[in-house]
Design a protein around this ligand. Structure first.
Ligand code: PEP
Length: 279
């Protein structure tokens, strides 16, 4: 059965060609995860900065480890490349040894990745915890990149939409409708595996995500939300995803550690979505 038919009440897939809703600015974020020392992180940022800065029409975000945020912030100063953190704590401050608060990030970062599947899997983060973080991030003027996605067993048992709807309802519980949130659809089975979803399936699921957010908030805000695909994106497959109008960009893990790959992903996104490279 066509997977598209399993999503109730969602609009038909947009025609391939990539142009997106006029209010949505495409975005590509690189999640460096627990890679790079301080010296490696600044050098990686410096290696990409010139080319990334020359790409227009796409928001470009680098998310180094906490320890390197301040140094990478200095490297990016004055450029169009923005900084994001990979996580933050769910309280404002206090006796949480080793943790990083939203206020600590607020002066440095514009974005913060929240609810990444590796946090959910290895650190027991629930939708309730992610929800507390979303609320605090917004309060501290950080734009959350909320990661959601099904595990392989969920996909196999046909529960993709159920899982995603639950993550949206839980993660955005009591959050007022806002265009500041970016959602990253990241099927867990596609992260770091080299096995990506097909563009068509990712676009269909992102259509469902917008539909679910529209029911929770309203369809105007849902249509304006930037929604990314993440999961084994490379310079060789990015076009397959962003050719769909539903997909506004990518959250990139492994390939964001290779300057030429990441620049290629950003440049192709600009070209397909109507921005420009090198102007
Ligand atoms: C990620 O870390 O969010 C991710 C999508 O990783 P990768 O691109 O390596 O699959």
């Amino acid at each position: 059965m066509n997977e598209r038919k399993r999503i109730p009440d969602t609009p038909a897939l947009g025609k391939k060609g990539g142009k997106l809703h006029s209010k949505r600015v495409p975005l590509v974020a690189g999640n460096w995860k627990m890679n790079t020392t301080l010296v490696q992180a600044t050098s990686l940022a410096r290696n990409m900065l010139g080319e990334l800065d020359g790409v227009n029409g796409v928001e470009k975000v680098l998310c180094p480890p906490f320890i390197s945020l301040a140094a990478v912030h200095e490297v990016l100063r004055g450029s169009s490349v923005k900084l994001g953190a990979q996580n933050m704590h769910f309280e404002e401050k206090g006796a949480y040894t080793g943790e990083v608060s939203p206020a600590m990030l607020a002066g440095l970062c514009e974005f913060v990745i929240l609810g990444h599947s590796e946090r959910r899997q290895h650190f027991g983060e629930t939708d309730q915890i992610v929800n507390k973080k979303i609320v605090l991030a917004l309060k501290n003027k950080l734009r959350p990149i909320l990661c959601i996605g099904e595990r392989l067993e969920d996909k196999k048992s046909g529960k993709t939409e159920e899982i995603i709807a639950g993550q949206i309802a839980g993660g955005l519980d009591s959050v007022d409708a806002t265009r500041e949130i970016v959602i990253a659809y990241e099927p867990v089975w596609a992260i770091g595996t080299g096995i990506s979803a097909s563009g068509e399936k990712a676009a269909a699921t992102i259509g469902f995500i917008r539909h679910a957010v529209g029911r929770l908030w309203n369809s105007n805000v849902a249509q304006d939300l930037v929604v990314l695909y993440g999961g084994s994106v490379t310079g060789s497959n990015i076009a397959e995803f962003i050719s769909y109008p539903e997909i506004d960009g990518a959250l990139v893990g492994g390939a964001s550690l290779q300057p030429s790959e990441f620049v290629s992903i950003v440049s192709q996104t600009a070209a397909i979505k109507g921005g420009s490279a090198g102007s």
